[in-house]
Write a new protein. Structure first.
Lengths: 222, 61, 260
C-alpha cells in the first residue's frame, strides 16, 4: 500500500515538476493575492500586521483550490481516471498518494507565501514551532478535504465553480483554527494557539479518515 | 406590544416562505404527476404511504 | 383511488397532516400573540422565538436526515434513500434560511445590529446554509442517478460531520468577547409555563410541516426520477417509430428506383 502511495504521489509531483503549472501560475497567483490585500487595506501597515494570519490563510485556501483543480485535471486527461481504476491500486492508496502530493505542493507554496508575508506585511514571529506545526497540520486537513472534493468535481462541466462552493465552507473551521493559531504565534492576539492546533489536528484526522473511506465511492463513477 | 414591526416581519416572512414553498411543491407535484405515465405513478395510489418500497412491484394499468 | 385518478402528489396522509397543520398554525398564532405574556428580559421580542427556534431545530433535524439518508444509500444502494436525503436537504435549507432571517430580525432590536459575529449560533447556521447549498448544487449536476446519489451521499455526510466541528470552532472563536452568553436565556427557569409550551408547540407544529413537505418533496423527486428514466425511453421509442417509417419509405423509393 505505501509503495502505491509513493507511486501516485511521485507521479503527480513529477508531472507538476515538468509542467511547471504550480510554480508558473499558482505561486504567482498567491503572491498576487497578497499584493491585492495590501491595496485593499490601503497599505495600512498596522492593519496588515494585525491581520497577517487571516490574510495568509485566505490566500492559502484560494491557491489550494487552484492546486486541487490542477491535481485532478491531470487525471481527467487521456482517460487517466480509468487507467487508475484499472491499475488495481486501492482507492485509499490513491487518496493518500494524491493528498501527499498536494501536501508537498501546498507546503512549498506556504513557505513562499510566508516569505512574501514576512517581506510585504512585516509581522514579528514569537512562537516559531507553533507556526510550523499549525501550517503542517492545517495543510493536511486542506489536502485531505481537497482531494475528496477534487475527485468529486473532476470531469464535471461545472468543476471550476462546484469545487470552491463545496470546499470552502467545509474548510471554514480550518481557516478559523489556523488563523487563531497564527495570531498567537505572531503575537497579535492573546489566545492559546496550541489549543487551536489541537482542534486543527482533530479536523485533519476526521477529513483524512473519512476521505480514505469515501474516496473509493467517488472514484467509481465518471 | 413593543417592537411590533420586527415581530410581525419575522412571523410574516416565516409564514409567507412556508406557504410559498408549499404551493410550489403542490403545483410542481401536479404538473409532474401529469407528465408521468400512469403506470409509473403507482406509488401514489390508495393508502399511498408505500414509500418504503425502493422498487415497487409493477402494476398493470 | 386507482393510479389513473391520481393527479397530484397529495394523498389521504398529506391531507390529514395538512389539516392538522392549518389548525395548528391558528392555534400557534393565538398561543404566541394572545395567550402568552411578554418575557421578563426580552419583552415582546420573545414572540419571534416561537418561530425562530422551531425553524433552527428543523434545519438541524432535516440535515441529520440527509446524512442518515446518505449513509443508508451507501449501505443499501437504494435510490429511495437518496431521494429522501435530497428532499430533506432542500427543506432543511428553507428552514435554515428562515432561522437565519428571523434570528437576524430578532438581533436588530436586541443587539442593535442585524448581524452579531460573536453569536455562535447565527454564524454556525450561516456556514451550515452554505454547506447545504453546495449539497443541493451537487444534486443538480446532471448525472446518472446512482452516480449523483454517490456524490450527494458523500457530500451530505461530510457536511453533517462538519456541523459539530464548525459549531465548536465558532464557539471557541467567538469566546473572546464575554457578553454573548447573557444575550439569550431560553429553556430552563427563565420562561414561564405558557411560553415554554408555545416553544414546544412550535417544534411539534414545524415537525408536522416538515413531514408534510417531505412527503410531497419526496414524491416530486420520485416523479422526476421516473421522467428521467422513462421519459427518455418514450422519446426514443417515438423517434424510432418515426425513423422506421422514414426508412420504409426510403426503401420503398429505392425499390421503385430499381424497378425503373
Amino acid at each position: 500500500m505505501w509503495h502505491d502511495v509513493r507511486l501516485i504521489a511521485g507521479k503527480d509531483l513529477r508531472i507538476e515538476w515538468r509542467s511547471q503549472v504550480a510554480t508558473g501560475q499558482v505561486a504567482p497567483f498567491a503572491i498576487l493575492v497578497l499584493v491585492l490585500f495590501g491595496f485593499a487595506l490601503d497599505a495600512d501597515t498596522v492593519a496588515l500586521r494585525t491581520f497577517t494570519g487571516g490574510l495568509y490563510w485566505v490566500t492559502v485556501l484560494f491557491s489550494a483550490v487552484l492546486a486541487i483543480q490542477r491535481s485532478f485535471a491531470l487525471e481527467s486527461a487521456d482517460g487517466n481516471r480509468d487507467a487508475l481504476r484499472l491499475s488495481g491500486i486501492e482507492p485509499a492508496a490513491i487518496f493518500f498518494g494524491k493528498a501527499t502530493a498536494l501536501v508537498v505542493q501546498l507546503v512549498l507554496l506556504e513557505v513562499l507565501l510566508g516569505a512574501g508575508v514576512a517581506v510585504l506585511y512585516g509581522p514579528s514571529v514569537e512562537d516559531f514551532p507553533l507556526l510550523v506545526a499549525t501550517a503542517g497540520v492545517a495543510t493536511i486537513g486542506v489536502a485531505a478535504a481537497g482531494t475528496l472534493y477534487g475527485v468529486l468535481a473532476a470531469g464535471l462541466r461545472v468543476r471550476e465553480t462546484i469545487l470552491p462552493i463545496l470546499l470552502l465552507p467545509v474548510l471554514a473551521p480550518v481557516l478559523i483554527g489556523a488563523t487563531r493559531a497564527f495570531d498567537d504565534a505572531l503575537g497579535t492576539v492573546a489566545v492559546n494557539g496550541w489549543n487551536w492546533l489541537a482542534l486543527l489536528g482533530l479536523t485533519a484526522v476526521v477529513y483524512v479518515a473519512f476521505g480514505a473511506l469515501a474516496f473509493g465511492v467517488l472514484l467509481e463513477d465518471s | 406590544m413593543t417592537h411590533s414591526g420586527f415581530i410581525f416581519a419575522a412571523w410574516g416572512i416565516v409564514l409567507a416562505v412556508l406557504v410559498l414553498y408549499s404551493v410550489h411543491l403542490v403545483l410542481r407535484g401536479r404538473s409532474l404527476t401529469n407528465a408521468v405515465e400512469p403506470e409509473h405513478r403507482r406509488w401514489l395510489d390508495s393508502g399511498a404511504e408505500t414509500k418504503g418500497v425502493s422498487h415497487p412491484p409493477r402494476e398493470q394499468p | 383511488m386507482s393510479p389513473a385518478e391520481v393527479t397530484s402528489t397529495g394523498s389521504r396522509g398529506t391531507r390529514v397532516i395538512g389539516s392538522i397543520v392549518l389548525a395548528g398554525i391558528v392555534f400557534h398564532v393565538l398561543l404566541s400573540f394572545v395567550w402568552s405574556d411578554p418575557d421578563a428580559d426580552q419583552g415582546d421580542l420573545v414572540r419571534i422565538m416561537y418561530v425562530h427556534v422551531p425553524s433552527a431545530w428543523l434545519a438541524y433535524m432535516a440535515f441529520t436526515v440527509t446524512a442518515f439518508g446518505g449513509v443508508m444509500y451507501l449501505w443499501k444502494r437504494s435510490l429511495w434513500w437518496d431521494l429522501v436525503a435530497g428532499a430533506s436537504a432542500e427543506i432543511g435549507v428553507v428552514f435554515c434560511a428562515l432561522a437565519l432571517v428571523t434570528g437576524s430580525i430578532w438581533g436588530r432590536p436586541t443587539w442593535g445590529t442585524y448581524w452579531e459575529w460573536t453569536d455562535v449560533r447565527i454564524v454556525t447556521t450561516l456556514v451550515l446554509l452554505l454547506l447545504y447549498i453546495g449539497y443541493l448544487a451537487v444534486r443538480r449536476i446532471p448525472a446518472d442517478p446512482h452516480q449523483r446519489s454517490r456524490r450527494a451521499a458523500v457530500v451530505g455526510i461530510i457536511a453533517a460531520l462538519n456541523i459539530p466541528i464548525v459549531r465548536f470552532s465558532v464557539d471557541w472563536w467567538a469566546d473572546r468577547t464575554l457578553h454573548q452568553k447573557a444575550t439569550i436565556k431560553l429553556g430552563g427557569t427563565e420562561l414561564d409555563g405558557l411560553m415554554l409550551f408555545a416553544l414546544f408547540f412550535g417544534l411539534i407544529l414545524f415537525t408536522l410541516i416538515y413531514a408534510w413537505m417531505m412527503i410531497h418533496r419526496f414524491r416530486i423527486a420520485w416523479l422526476d426520477e421516473q421522467i428521467d428514466r422513462h421519459g427518455l425511453d418514450a422519446a426514443i421509442a417515438e423517434r424510432l417509430a418515426e425513423s422506421t417509417s422514414d426508412v420504409t419509405r426510403a426503401v420503398g423509393l429505392t425499390k421503385t428506383g430499381a424497378d425503373l
